[in-house]
Structure formats: C-alpha cells, structure tokens
Write a protein that binds this ligand. Sequence first.
Ligand SMILES: Nc1ncnc2c1ncn2[C@@H]1O[C@H](COP(=O)(O)OP(=O)(O)OP(=O)(O)O)[C@@H](O)[C@H]1O
Length: 647
Amino acid sequence: MELFVVNRHNEEPESKGTEVDEEQEKLKKTLQRIEKNKKLRSKQKERDKKLKETIQRTTKLRQAKRELKAKIVVVPKDDNKEFLDHNIEVDEANNAGTTEENTAKNRKNKKRKLDSNNVEGFTILGVDNFAKKNKVKRVLPKWLANPTIISVNLQKLETKVSDMKVLDKSLRKLLKAKGILNFFPVQVEVIPWLLESNRHSDIMFPRDVCISAPTGSGKTLAFVLPLIQVIKKHHIKKIRALVILPTRDLAVQVFTTFKTYSEGTNIDICLITGQNSFEAEQRQLVYKNAAFGYVTKVDILVCTAGRLIDHLKATEGFDLQHLEFLVIDEADRVLESVQNDWLYHLEKHIYPDGSTRILNQITLQKRRPPQKLLFSATLSQDPEKLQQLNLFQPKLFTSVVENNGELSKENLVTVDKFIGKYTTPKELTERYIQTSVDLKPLVLYKFINQEKLRKILVFTHSVESAHRLAILLTALFKEELKVQDISSHLQLKQRKELITKFSEGQIDILISTDALARGIDLPGVQCVISYSAPKYLKAYIHRAGRTARAGEQGIAITMLHSSQLPKFQALLKQAEKSNVEEIKISEEDLEPLGDQYKESLDKLRNTVEKEEKTGLKKIKAAKKFKKNIKSYNAMKINSNGAEKGTP
Ligand SMILES: Nc1ncnc2c1ncn2[C@@H]1O[C@H](COP(=O)(O)OP(=O)(O)OP(=O)(O)O)[C@@H](O)[C@H]1O
C-alpha cells in the first residue's frame, strides 16, 4: 500500500523535451519534494512541541487541584471555622488566575452551601471522594511472588554438559556431538528440576511449571531433553507427551529437535499440523488390531492446537489418557489462538469421567494427570490469565534484566518489577530510523548498504507489502544481494526451502509477515528490520528475538513515520528500555540515489501490473473452467434424463 502511495507521487507528465531536459526536470521535482517534506516535518515538530507544553501545563494545574481537594476529608466537631477557611483556600487554588471579585463570590457561595448542609458535628458525605486514593498493592499468589530466577547471561556459561549427571549419558553424548558443550541458564535450572519432579511421580503428582526466558535462550532443549529421558523408559506404546505450538513452521522445528535427540531410542514421535491429509495423519496416529482394537503408534505427539482438536473430535482410538506431559510452547500465543476452546476439549478428553486435579482419595487412586509445562519469552504472569489453565501447584521460572542489563536478585523483593515485564537478550542492540512514507524503501536500501549487512530478516504488515518490497529491493540491489519474500500463501515445502536457503546464506534478505516472528530459529541472523512498525510490545520482542540468539550479537531496527514515534516510545517505556537510539539517514544522502530509485519504482509498477494481469487471467480461466463444468454437468443431467437407464 505504502509503495502505491510512492507510485502516485512519482507519476511524471508526458515527455516533451529532450531526454536530458526530462531527467533534469525529474531531479528538480525530487529536490522540491524533499524540500517540501523538510518544511512539513519542522512544522509538525513545532506543533508537537506546543501540544506537549499545553499538556504539561494542564497536568500541573490538575495535580494542584487534586492535592488541595485531597485535604478536605472529614470535618471534626467544632471545627467549622477552620473547615471554611480551608475551603476558601481550595477555592482560591481552583480558581487560580481569576479576579479577586470572583474569589469573594466563591467564598460566599461556599459558606452558604455549608450552612444549608448544617455540617456541625457531622461528616460531610461524599466529600472524601476528593481524597487521593491509596494505590492498591497487588497481592500475588505465592508461586508468582517467589520464582526461581534464570540468568540472562549467555556469555559466562558455568555448567558443562558433562557435569549434569542427572541427564543420561547417551543424551550428553548426543549434545556434545551437536556441538553443545555447556548448558544455557534456562537449561541448568529447568532440566534437573523436571527430572527430579518426575522421579517420584507415581507417589506425588508433579507440579506444573511456567517458564519465561528471553528469545533464543534455549527453552526448546529445556523440555525436549527431560521428556526424552523420562519417556524412553516406558515400554508400552501410549501417547505420553503432547507438545502444542501456535504455527506449523514451529511445530516442524520442535519435531526436528525431538527427532535429533531421540536418536538411538525406540521413542516414536509424530507431527500433525495439517500439512498431510487427515486420513494420512490418522494412519500415523493409530491402527486397528483385530485382537486389541485401536492401538496407538506414538509416544510423543507434536501438533498445532487446531489440528489437535480435529483429531480429538474425529479420530477413533486417539487416546490421551496416559498423557504425562502437556507442553505448551509459545504458551501466551497458543492460549490466544482462534481455537481458544482447545484446552476445554483437551481436558475433556484427558479426564473423560470429569475428574479434576484436585487431590483427594479418589483422584489419588487414579493414574497421574499430565504435568503442564508452559514456555514463552512473553509469558503472561497475570494470575487471572493463568487461572484458565487450571495449573496444579505451579512453579515459575523467570528471568529479570535491570536497566544496566544485569540481573539483580535484591530487586526481586518488589515483585512488580518483573511481573508482566519481558526480557530481551543482552546481546541485542536496538535502534530506530525515522523516515517519510515515500522514501522508506530507499532509506532501507541505503541503511543496508552503508552498514554492509547480510542475513537480514524484514517484517512487514501484510503479504502484499512483503511481496512488493521484495520486488523493489531486488530492483535496487540488482545482483548485489538476493532478496526473497516468504508468506503463508506458499506451500510448507516451499517455505522450508526458502528458510533453508536463508539459513545457508543463499538468500541475503528475507521479507516476511509476523508469521515468522515467533519461535523460528534461523541461525546467524545479523539484523531484524521492522519495516512496518510493530503494534504491540509482544510482537516487537518476538520479531527482534529472531536475531541475537544463543549468545550471538544482533541488531533490531524499527522504521517509523513521525506519527508512529510516540507510540513506539510508549512501547519502549513499557519494556523499560531506555537505550534505543535513533539512526539518522538524511535526505541529502539519498539524493544521489534518486534516478536508481525512480527506475526501481518503474520496475515495481510493471511487475505488479504484469502479475495482476496474470492473476486476472488465472481467475478468468478458473471461472471459465467452472462454467464449462457446470454446463457439462447440466448436459449430463439432461442427457441422463433423456436416456433413462443408460449408465
Ligand atoms: N546449550 C546450548 N549451547 C549452544 N547452543 C544452544 C544451547 N541450547 C540451545 N542452543 C541453540 O540456541 C538456539 C536458540 O534456542 P531455542 O530455539 O530453544 O530458543 P528459545 O528460547 O526457544 O527461543 P524463542 O523464544 O525465540 O522460541 C538454537 O539454535 C539452539 O540450537
């Protein structure tokens, strides 16, 4: 859409003079437009400044009024005189700036009002509404107020893989073979805890856990390794672990990790996301045995919430009653998903008799309920939101970053410091660039060029915008850099191919919507660019989190129009980020690129027109095909009617 705006602005009148004249004319126009934009910006700045001053003045005045009003609360006995004097004071403050005449009038009015109320010896009802209310202190459940703190320091790793003896030797060997020599902090805390809590699960129900740690901090292995260790000990095939993810791409990624670390075991892992036909997935899950009926073929099931519900409703023999682990990765996102009744359906399936996890003699005699494990970089720590999950004696693991980037345990006394605050990796550098709408692609081009960046992930607000930006950047970079867009319109296989190419460095710039913003682990992304400004803090954190992963350095850039800046600053304030500076790219720097930009915009226009024509042709062909089929069917019905009895 933004690019179309650019197109309209760049339309040229029909050529009349020579080519050189035409070029000069274009250049002149570009310069005029830049000049105009400059003036508009400075005017806007002045207006913003005035508005800010007015707001500050009004706030101060209101504050003064509130403070004075707060002083009138109760009228003590025989204290009317003082009270009246007090009110006069309030009145005067309220009418600051009015004439003496007015003040006297107000004084009289007040006196009259108080006389008519006959206040002597009584409390005036409603007056204390003026009193300043004390801030209500949040009282959190004990488990939220006393979390286990996870360090965010991935530079100084203290636990060697070989030192974690609670983890099976075979798993430690596999980790080393994959180049993992030290555990990340989240793994150091969570893996032993999960293994320990499952050691006595036949006597005690294990507690549920919520884990909130920054993007790229290694949360996946923190659940994959203990689950494999616990599950490989079972010999009867039953679904023991269910892992739910918000998107197909993520489900594929987690499935691959399970596959990698279950090497050499007899654990069967299954992926159901809807990428295969429903029947094919059913065949992967169960088979029918003449003697025993339906038999499960799977130990660990990785799936998306939507597809899970489909199977719960329609797959015979799909049995979750032996479930030991319910993992919800990117839990906040999964819980917000369209199929937000999935948990209800799931619980109905796990507890068909309606039993709950309340500990009593009856439930104790039954099999153990699944342990719920919730993971996210932006996990809600709001008790009300977590309530819907029906957590059993939950335990919270969370990370805290103070302004200087250091972890401070002392500050945890004030719980509000970390509740609802999300941490980002220490290795992440955040910046923003201000630009006008029509120069935005050129500013992006200039920035990538001047910083000599490679492996860049760009986020736009729509599939169309991603596609057009990809065409335009391809035209600008020519052979220099390879640009591609990726979208949910592509087949899963094509998407996987693009992701692999990007990971291997065959694609330099990958442009996507927020579909790739969460959880996807793309190694070595140097820079994430939010070409369209993120609307929410969570979106910003997950986008930025595609870089600076696993202890590597990374940069996150947000491109903003001047009107988007206040909202972005509010977002940073919410995350307590004070070191996000502006990168300035002046319009003078862009002037030499004017012709190149114009040429690229023309290319974009031609390509889009061509694509639209082909698209229209396809739609027409499809319509024609449908029409033909209809008339063919009609003909068939007629001829069948005419020649009854013929096959
Ligand atoms: N101990 C480790 N040593 C080195 N690399 C590791 C270690 N643990 C995990 N990694 C790697 O770190 C990267 C990020 O891990 P992972 O995808 O689990 O992060 P995450 O916390 O789930 O991030 P997000 O919140 O974005 O989903 C992966 O490439 C993973 O292989």
